[in-house]
Design a protein around this ligand. Sequence first.
Ligand code: NAI
Length: 384
Amino acid sequence: MIEIGIIGCGTMGAGIAQIAAQNGHPVIVVDLEAAALEKARTQLSISMQKLVDKHKLSAEDAAQIQARIHWTTNYEDLTNASLVIEAIVENLEVKKKVFVQLEKVCSTDCVLASNTSSLSITSIAAACLHPDRVIGIHFFNPAPLMELVEIIPALQTAPSYTASARKLIDQWKKKTVLVKDTPGFIVNRVARPYYSEALRIHEEGVPIQDIDFAMKEYGGFRMGPFELMDLIGHDVNYTVTETVWKSFYFDPRYTPSFVQKRLVEASWLGRKSNKGFYIYPQEANSLVISSSAEVLKSICDRIVIMLINEAAHALFMGTASKEDLDLAMTKGVNYPKGLLQWADEKGIQVCVNALDALYAIYHEDRYRCSPLLRQMAQNNQNFY
Ligand code: NAI
């Protein structure tokens, strides 16, 4: 079994280390902070014990998994690693420095991966002497439970490294999707309208609980957009939106919302601060839905159509295959179905008409229909 290195043992690094050890690999976890290593080691031991108590893992296996992981503050311990996955702070300059340091200690054929959610893999690779072995391997939180992993080759990545990285992560029983190195990759980009269109509708006067109810009841989503933003944290969710918007050269499709920005400014970050759009703990049945069934359905349709348009446009721009786009949204954010499959079910012409109707009202570029949907409607085509 090849040795796996993990840099940073916060939320993501610790989870990825657990996955690698569960799959039989010797794992070297490096963090600058000895306290962070100790915290992650203790947390892993608690998680393993829970699995043993639930009879999902034998005590022997749990002990072996933990014994496979070596926790260290010393980068030199990575000399035998064949793959290193970096999961430190989301800061390009800091990440570049870490990759330069990795090249000094790792062997020349060791694959160097970043778990970044929003930075360009190409720019990280550019800091390296051998950029052809640098790649993005993006896990979702919590890594041991979420099935999806986005594989993002940089412009410089050699195809053989992309293929071997994908093969390995597939062997870890994850669902991998291949994505071009573009802002937000698949999930963090295609999901933007779920939040931004909901915020827009709310700004126009619809109560948050009505929009949340509409998406769950009529769309089959597990959580409404406002509940979900409160869970993710407005600091994190707003920053992702703003980063995607800036990275797409301020395309109005991704414009952030003042309503959410004010929440961040007030430090009303959601569940973690007991207050966001909702107040926590929430009183059961305290929320009254005031919109009619017809209005609720139209709210759901509007948000789903905007999601479909985003997925279609990502396909049009060659960001990923249609299968991977649909898989990413069902496995990465638990959408009830793939958006392109959903487009087929609604009818492509219906989607185009709905987008054109929004554009006719607002005259904003945000509502422009993807050329792909329009071409497909004209030619009477479906995605599948
Ligand atoms: P975190 O803040 O929980 O942990 C980061 C860890 O890196 C800390 O323990 C810190 O001591 C360590 N560290 C910082 N600089 C270091 C260095 N130079 N060398 C070694 N260790 C260093 O961060 P989190 O949330 O785990 O995120 C890590 C990366 O994963 C980021 O790039 C983030 O964008 C990405 N990501 C985060 C997700 C999340 O939901 N938290 C989801 C998917 C990706």
